[in-house]
Design a protein around this ligand. Structure first.
Ligand SMILES: [Zn+2]
Length: 584
């Protein structure tokens, strides 16, 4: 191997090792460095063992240095890297196993297009896509639409799922649809039958179950291949009706898990009664999950299956089929359950609710669908970051909406301009306003370059009165006599209030006066400056009120922060402002 003496490679490893050491208290770890080098030098993947040896050699040297010395070298030689690495420091995914066995890492996401996608799919999608990316591999989207009866696919969801993936930043490199591949599954079914590795079972399900529980074959199992193929053709030609025959893949009859024994691989569905949305009644024999997914994982060259641990038994089932076909099962990574408290993830209930009008659509803000999250201004980056931080660990994880919101807030906050929204407005009349005020409200605190919203407040009449709108919630919490500051404007004293109106008088202009008495700060809108606004909340309620007139020029899809209210995504700015609430 010539590359072992490659000075450039050695220096690359040294750089990665020093950076890693600096970030981990002086002690660099081999794993991430090997991963990084293999990510950059694809050609070394077939020689990973030699690479690991070289990395260990360099590590010995680097880890032997004092932390201060490591840092000094990095700062001297690669100062920009150190700064960059610091900013980008986020949890890294653990390496995939056995990547050197494959020419290219290939992962997949394989939804049934029977509903739109929701947060419950985020982990499978993002991890599979991220790993493919990490190894410069390939990410495949595979529609698993082979159940036209119970988990019926629907033609509207194929496109919606594609769009969800694009929005999430996880566009597939290749796409397959299982209902296009039925003949391929037939071909393998016939091979398995011919080789005596599968059989067509015509037993009543209860009878079959009784036998398998006693580790005994059913009468169909040992019929010769010719007989099996004859039965198979009767499945295909309609001689058997739905439910009268099923093709089973042979497993160990004494497998400890009875649910694994001789699992069903293909069955009959009366597609005249239950036509498939794409291929109608073209086929009446349909592969079940383990048959279709199992075959495709091999045929599409999937190297790493990243999925929930509820699939462990499916892996065991499929390995029998792989053995029959002389194939090696891909590397499977099973992560634990990810529960998101309060997120509503039942597909059947989502569909039912949309169909019967309980929800306004698949993007109803009460739902945890990607469409709903998008509408509310939750960013795909926040979802991605949260999922990557959780990683593929096997332990169950419980997250809350608040976890997602805090990721989103961190990403959005630096970019979102501030505006005033007054929900449930109550009129406020302020007397004795001494002069005309030119309010300059910064779009973003301490960032004058982002500009200001400007309003002129002119007192009228002998009482020098100015009228505003303030929020009902604020009015409920004040009493006569207290000092209040209208944000970025002036301080007032509450004189009187009733259900519809608040009377106050002007006190002073300076913020210090307000701070000295810890006065409450209220957002306000000048009475003659209103823009009708509706904010749709995640609980299905609507907050109505006034937004300041500067909001009229906002573009749909912008996310802003209504001060003292929360982040909202602008949906429409026509005669009134329609916005969707993201979070505090
Ligand atoms: Zn049988």
């Amino acid at each position: 191997m010539t590359w072992k003496n490659d000075a450039e490679l050695r220096e690359l490893i040294r750089k990665a090792a020093l950076l890693n050491a600096v970030q981990h208290g002086g002690k660099a770890q081999a794993g991430p460095i090997v991963g990084k080098i293999l990510g950059e030098k694809v050609e070394l993947r077939t020689e990973a063992n030699e690479l690991i040896a070289l990395v260990n050699e360099v590590l010995n040297e680097v880890n032997g240095l004092q932390v201060g010395e490591q840092r000094r070298i990095v700062e001297e030689k690669w100062p920009e890297t150190l700064r960059k690495e610091k900013v980008e420091e986020e949890k890294k995914l653990p390496l995939l196993p056995n990547t050197m066995r494959y020419e290219q890492v290939v992962t997949r996401f394989s939804p049934n297009p029977d509903c739109v996608l929701h947060l419950g799919s985020a982990r499978a999608i993002i991890l599979s896509h991220e790993y493919a990316n990490l190894y410069k591999g390939k990410f495949i989207l595979r529609f698993e639409d082979t159940d036209p009866k119970v988990k019926r696919p629907n033609s509207e969801f194929y496109d919606k799922i594609r769009q969800d993936l694009i929005w999430l930043g996880c566009k597939a490199d290749e796409e397959y649809v299982q209902s296009d591949r039925i003949l391929i599954y037939y071909e393998y079914a016939e091979k398995l039958l011919l080789d005596g590795n599968a059989y067509v079972c015509t037993c009543v399900p209860d009878e079959f179950r009784k036998k398998t529980l006693q580790n005994k074959p059913c009468p169909c199992r040992n019929l010769p291949p010719e007989k099996q193929l004859e039965r198979w053709s009767r499945m295909l030609d309609g001689s058997y009706a739905e439910g009268e025959a099923v093709t089973r893949v042979k497993t160990a009859l004494n497998h400890p898990n009875p649910a694994v024994r001789d699992w069903p691989a293909l069955r009959i569905i009366d597609t005249n009664k239950y036509p498939h949305p794409r291929v109608g009644n073209k086929y009446r024999v349909w592969p079940l999950y383990n048959m279709a997914a199992g075959l495709d994982d091999h045929l599409l060259g999937i190297t790493h299956i990243i999925r929930g641990k509820e699939h462990l038994t499916n892996g065991v089932r499929q390995e029998f089929m792989y053995k029959h076909l002389g194939w090696t099962y891909p590397d499977a990574i099973h992560y634990g359950r990810l529960k998101i408290t309060g997120a509503f993830l039942s597909k059947s209930k989502i569909i039912q609710g949309v169909r019967d009008g309980t929800y306004t659509g698949f993007d109803d803000p009460r739902l945890a669908t990607f469409a709903a999250l998008r509408k509310r201004g939750i960013t795909p980056e926040a979802i991605r970051k949260m999922i990557i931080d959780v990683g593929p660990k096997t332990a169950d994880v419980t997250l809350s909406w608040e976890n997602l919101y805090s990721y989103n807030r961190k990403l959005l906050d630096p970019y979102c301009d501030r505006y005033f929204f007054v929900p449930e407005p109550v009129r406020l009349n302020v007397q004795d306003v001494s002069k005309t005020f030119h309010a300059e409200l910064p779009r973003y605190p301490d960032k004058p370059e982002r500009g200001y919203r400007q309003y002129t407040i002119t007192p009228k009449g002998t009482d020098q009165e100015v009228s505003f709108w303030i929020a009902r919630k604020d009015v409920d919490n004040i009493e006569s006599g207290v000092l209040i500051r209208l944000m970025e404007l002036f301080n007032i004293k509450i004189e009187d209030k009733n259900a519809n109106e608040v009377e106050a008088s002007f006190v002073s202009e300076s913020y210090e006066d307000a701070r000295a008495v810890k006065a409450k700060l209220f957002q306000w809108i000048a009475a003659d400056d209103v823009y009708l606004c509706q904010v749709f909340m995640p609980d299905g309620s609507v907050n109505e009120g006034f937004a300041e007139s500067a909001c009229k020029t906002l573009k749909p899809d912008t996310v802003i922060q209504f001060e003292r209210f929360g982040f909202v995504r602008i949906d429409e700015t026509t005669s009134k402002l329609k916005a969707y609430y993201a979070h505090k």
